[in-house]
Design a protein around this ligand. Structure first.
Ligand code: SAM
Length: 266
């Protein structure tokens, strides 16, 4: 991490003793308050965040500042439309939107398995508006199905239940098709079509595997599948399902630092 003027960040970050950490914190706070320029203030602020994270959320990595997407006004406007609660997943939303550039000129429709309140589906529909694609949004609207031992202990059946009405009002202007039901039974209500972009976000092993099995053979060449849960320790089953399914396929799964797993169909 850069700090200007230079301080021995390694010694600051590895300090174990509480008193030492408190002194480091106080020192950096002073530096943050009295920084003569915005650049130094941000550097001190980010180092403070790193120290706070070490105590409050051990293992959490505070990454770099000054990324251009933090200032991408059209994306920030999208986030505002979706509500502030989506800021924490802003990096994933941003990447999702970027990936849509790969498929805008491909044939095929789009789908999301696991819609919750429709934020990602809204981004997909908004970005691809005018391309003539139909978006299919599939969810139980009763939350997660029952986790099995492979899913670990983070999730409970019924978590993340949402309102079909909210999703309907968000997606209705785009002519999206809502498909209410449990995966995989819900897929039987979809028309036979091809897909250029599918977002799988159901957190658990079985519905993730069911989604891969349904959608992957229906992807057009160059089509993109994003598994939102692939890189999260809270969703070991989802990772297992994608890994297992893709083991039999030539395409690699790209594990993005946002936590998403991305596959481009050859
Ligand atoms: C993490 S949320 C989806 C978030 C959404 N993709 C977004 O970006 O805002 C997971 C969703 O998966 C749905 N879900 C989980 N298991 C399901 C299953 N077996 N059948 C149908 N829906 C399921 C839940 O109802 C929940 O809405």
């Amino acid at each position: 991490m850069l700090l200007w003027p230079p301080v021995n960040v390694r010694s600051v970050l590895s300090a174990n003793a509480r008193g030492r950490r408190a002194r480091d914190f106080a020192y950096l706070l002073r530096r943050w308050k009295t920084a003569p320029s915005e650049r130094e203030r941000r550097h001190a602020g980010l180092t403070l965040l790193g120290l706070a994270a070490e105590v409050l959320v051990p293992g959490y990595i505070v990454t770099e500042d000054l990324k251009r997407w933090f200032e991408d006004n059209s994306f920030l406007e999208d986030l505002r439309q979706l509500g502030d609660e989506d800021r924490r997943s802003a990096d994933r939303k941003f990447l999702l939107r970027e990936l849509l550039k790969l498929v805008a000129n491909l044939p095929g429709d789009t789908a999301e398995a696991g819609v919750f309140e429709g934020a990602s589906s809204w981004l997909i529909c908004d970005f691809l508006g005018g391309t003539g694609k139909t978006h299919y949004a599939i969810d139980s609207f009763e939350g997660l199905s029952s986790p099995t031992p492979i899913d670990g202990s983070y999730w409970r059946a019924g978590d993340l239940a949402s309102s079909e009405r909210i999703v309907h009002s968000r997606l209705e202007p785009f002519g999206a098709v809502l498909c209410k039901g449990w995966i995989p039974e819900a897929f039987t209500h979809l028309p036979e079509t091809q897909f250029c972009f599918v977002h799988i976000d159901v957190d658990l092993y079985q519905p993730t595997l069911d989604s891969m099995e349904y959608f992957y053979p229906r992807m057009v060449t160059g089509g993109v599948v994003v598994c939102d849960d692939f890189g999260f320790t809270s969703c070991p089953g989802a990772r297992q399902a994608v890994t297992e399914y893709m083991q039999r396929r030539p395409e690699p799964v790209l594990h993005h630092p946002t936590g998403q797993g991305i596959v481009v169909k050859r």
